[in-house]
Design a protein around this ligand. Structure first.
Ligand SMILES: CC(C)(COP(=O)(O)OP(=O)(O)OC[C@H]1O[C@@H](n2cnc3c(N)ncnc32)[C@H](O)[C@@H]1OP(=O)(O)O)[C@@H](O)C(=O)NCCC(=O)NCCS
Length: 178
């Protein structure tokens, strides 16, 4: 692995803000934007952060619950802010916040938030690749990192539980999320 590629990175080195005006093709006939259109933008912004941090291709491994707090309408501009919360050995958790702006009124609403896990992969083999360490500078970054590590533990415990249940539905392992 190229040493330069594994040079530790700061959160601010990779954070992005993307914006897009919602079109009729993003919405239902009532003019309300589809959840799926917003999810695509969330995945896209988080992917940019993951690729910038990894310095390699990265794929979406999982998306935690997405909360939609408010409706979005055609003609509104959504702003998607994404930044890295945690870097594991090969995985990264990216936190995303989406705001919608009514361009005529100039009002802003928080419309969605989500956590996504990306894994850096080798383009040829598809195998996971190591990612650089994450440098945590602010108290906010340290708090987000601590919470992200806990969520990773939870995700892995649930994955293990589900695998054991698939193998034998009568012998699921205990779900240890203490
Ligand atoms: C994501 C993927 C690379 C993981 O491969 P894998 O061989 O299962 O990986 P491993 O078990 O070695 O785990 C690698 C890392 O991924 C993490 N991981 C694996 N599955 C995960 C999941 N479902 N959710 C979150 N993290 C996950 C592990 O915790 C590990 O992290 P770490 O190295 O930081 O500790 C593989 O499942 C894949 O290619 N999936 C398809 C991804 C894709 O195409 N996404 C777009 C969908 S259209």
């Amino acid at each position: 692995m190229n040493k330069e590629k594994l040079k530790p990175k700061r959160v601010k080195d990779t954070m992005v803000t993307l914006a897009r005006v919602m079109q009729p093709s993003d919405a239902n006939p009532g003019g309300i934007v589809h959840g799926g259109s917003v999810m695509k933008e969330i995945d896209n912004a988080a992917g940019v952060v993951a690729i910038k941090h990894a310095g390699n291709l990265a794929v979406t491994a999982s998306i935690d619950r997405i909360d939609f707090h408010n409706m979005i309408f055609i003609g509104e501009m959504i702003t998607i802010k994404a930044s890295i919360n945690m870097a594991g050995r090969t995985s990264m958790e990216i936190g995303v916040r989406v705001d919608a702006e009514d361009l005529l009124k100039g009002t802003l609403r928080h419309v969605a938030s989500a956590y996504l896990t990306f894994v850096a992969v080798d383009k040829t083999t598809g195998r996971p690749l190591e990612v650089p360490e994450l440098i945590l500078e602010t108290d906010e970054e340290k708090r987000r990192n601590k919470q992200a590590l806990k969520r990773k533990e939870l995700r892995m415990a649930i994955k293990k539980f589900e695998t054991s249940c698939k193998l034998d539905p009568n012998a699921c392992i205990n779900l240890d999320i203490s």
